[in-house]
Design a protein around this ligand. Sequence first.
Ligand SMILES: Cc1ncc(COP(=O)(O)O)c(C=O)c1O
Length: 443
Amino acid sequence: MSTRSTVAPNDLRAFWMPFTANRQFKQAPRMLVGAEGMHYTTSDGRQILDGTAGLWCCNAGHKRPKIVKAIQEQAEEMDYAPAFQMGHPKVFELANKLVDLAPYPFEHAFFTNSGSESVETALKIALAYHRARGEGQRFRLIGRERGYHGVNFGGISVGGIVPNRKMFGTLLTGVDHLPHTHDPARNAYTRGQPEHGAELADELERIAALHGPETIAAVIVEPMAGSTGVLIPPKGYLQRLRQICTKHGILLIFDEVITGFGRLGAPFAAGFFDVMPDMIVCAKGLTNGVIPMGAVLTTGAIHDAFMTGPEHMIELFHGYTYSGNPMACAAGLGTLETYADEGLLTRGAELADYWADALHSLRGLPHVIDIRNMGLIGAVELEPIEGAPTQRAFGAFLKAFEKGILIRTTGDIIALSPPLIIEKAQIDQLIGTLGEVLRGLDI
Ligand SMILES: Cc1ncc(COP(=O)(O)O)c(C=O)c1O
């Protein structure tokens, strides 16, 4: 007997939906009841082409057999194991596989349950690392305008999305921000990395001089900012950030919650751009979004700085009840196997040109003011309606869903990040339908 729920519940009151226009949604709910391959099924039986890999996380598509089987078997074998002072084989296996997949010099993985928790973990490791080495005066954390690092207090403090910050008090102290790199006046309609903006990394020198470089613990950036509208790093920018961090003994953290696991056409953006940070934050694609899980990858040097003192003592006072949860580990192992079997972590590179051609064919449609792309990610930026920012893109999102495609909007930017299993014909369908939506927009 199928357990699929095909009818919508008739009382939507209790659930306070995250990052959602609750009142709008509850007047006209968009209910998903099934998912397979590249498609969702709605409660009224329609097929929706997934243009966003869920929330940038289902990189291998939906209902993938190896992941389903791994979870089913794990539930039978062992549901939960205590995460502190105990272990189970799959968590070690997954950590080994993960560091094998990551570029050198990442040697260790600390598990969490989400991107937000991974960010907090990395920031805490950075502070504690400096302290463990006798540099406890390094307490400052530097983020970037328009950065998204999840929703916990550390993440919103270093993050740079105004509505995510302004309602929530004083946040962390000792935080400063680099300028963002979005510069449509100079870079609009660039395919791949923009030419202009590497010099924006030099702002780190100004911030370091302002506060004293010896007070800065870490800089955290998304190598390619996803949630704030797909901001591709200008050529040379990440290299310069790396140089300045190294010069001042500042740790560089890449938040790869979106770019990790193949989005740009390589397993991680660090490898893709050939710029090595000191820590990589990941989540989402780690388990194909199926079971919540995140991780922080660190170098041997960072890990080893903690491995001092009496051996019976806990080295890092940090962790979660569900760090390395067996079900999540099983999902992670099934996911990595699926990626490897199907070559998905480099498929974005194979499809990148086709994807770019399709996306840029939308140039010239009503309200479009910029298009950008890289690997299998892309953005179409719309001119905001005067006095009503976000409304135009949200209107496009609703129309797109009616027409059978799932897109994502942030501000007036439409972001696309389909599962890496997408076929060329499905790219045509996704972009073709988006084109119809944009042509038909009456606002
Ligand atoms: C770059 C980045 N960091 C952190 C997060 C937060 O992840 P989560 O929603 O799993 O907490 C996200 C989520 O989109 C993200 O894109």
